[in-house]
Design a protein around this ligand. Structure first.
Ligand code: HEC
Length: 234
């Protein structure tokens, strides 16, 4: 093979110029752009990130105070229930805001022996209601007192504590535990108390208690486990 047939850049000056012009007309081959982030900028970004992390961990003591200024509300189940509010919502329509009731229709709670007397009896009035004649401050009422068993033990305790300490009443508070005990005392009872007579029967007034013949029977009917008594095994 002779060299004559191989392509050679033209050797004449005019030929070289032409070659250069042709090449110069061509656009450059496209290539992928490569624009790296300028080093000083990258260094600044990294420095900011490091400083941010440092700042965050330096200040973890009070991030909430710094940003979120809402007051946290702690819902405390043992927080006192407002007995006055329970009264206003459930009792005021009948017994009135004054606690004086409505003459001849709704008995007064102010200065009432049913309110100031036996606590367990009062709890039962709320848990089961009353239907039957009841004497309050010398007057007999024959209406219907609805049951309030749907209220929570805490609400019943609060409203009873309220009525026992308002309108001149001054008697010990009622606790939620007393209401719980009251619920367990007559668990099968569905009917309301049949007036003052049945309440007196279940809760004999203190004056007649010493002589009441039913007392011993009542005590006998309530088995009290003796100390050391064992449950029989089968
Ligand atoms: C719908 C009307 C009505 C509502 C509501 C009502 N009561 Fe009564 N309450 C009566 C009536 C009527 C009597 C008398 C029952 C009867 O005549 O047999 C009574 C009797 C009583 C008694 C015993 C008698 C006395 O005057 O001391 C108490 C205690 C009592 N209610 C407390 C309450 C409480 C506490 C509430 C609220 C949780 C309440 N009542 C809601 C109508 C109502």
């Amino acid at each position: 093979m002779s060299d004559e047939h191989q392509q050679q850049p033209p050797t004449s000056s005019s030929g070289k110029e032409r070659f250069d012009r042709v090449i110069g007309r061509e656009r450059r081959e496209p290539e992928e752009l490569q624009n790296p982030v300028p080093r000083p900028l990258a260094a600044l970004a990294i420095a900011l990130m490091v400083w941010g992390a440092w700042y965050y961990f330096q200040n973890t003591d009070y991030p909430v105070a710094a940003g979120d200024r809402r007051t946290a509300i702690v819902i405390d189940p043992s927080a006192a229930i407002d007995g006055g509010a329970v009264y206003a919502a459930n009792c005021v329509a009948c017994h009135q805001a004054t606690g004086a009731g409505l003459a001849g229709v709704f008995p007064p709670l102010a200065d009432s022996q049913w309110v100031l007397g036996d606590e367990a009896r009062l709890v039962q009035i709320l848990l089961h209601g009353i239907a039957g004649p009841i004497e309050v401050r010398g007057q007999v009422y024959a209406g219907v007192m609805p049951a309030f068993a749907q209220l929570s033990d805490g609400e019943i305790a609060a409203v009873l504590t309220h009525v026992r300490s308002t309108w001149g009443n001054s008697a010990s508070p009622i606790t939620a535990d007393q209401v719980t005990a009251g619920r367990n005392r007559f668990p099968d009872r569905e009917a309301p108390w049949n007036g003052g007579a049945e309440l007196d029967q279940a809760f004999p007034p203190a004056s007649s208690r010493r002589r009441a013949p039913g007392d011993l029977a009542l005590m006998a009917a309530t088995p009290v486990p003796l100390a050391g008594e064992r449950t029989p095994r089968h």
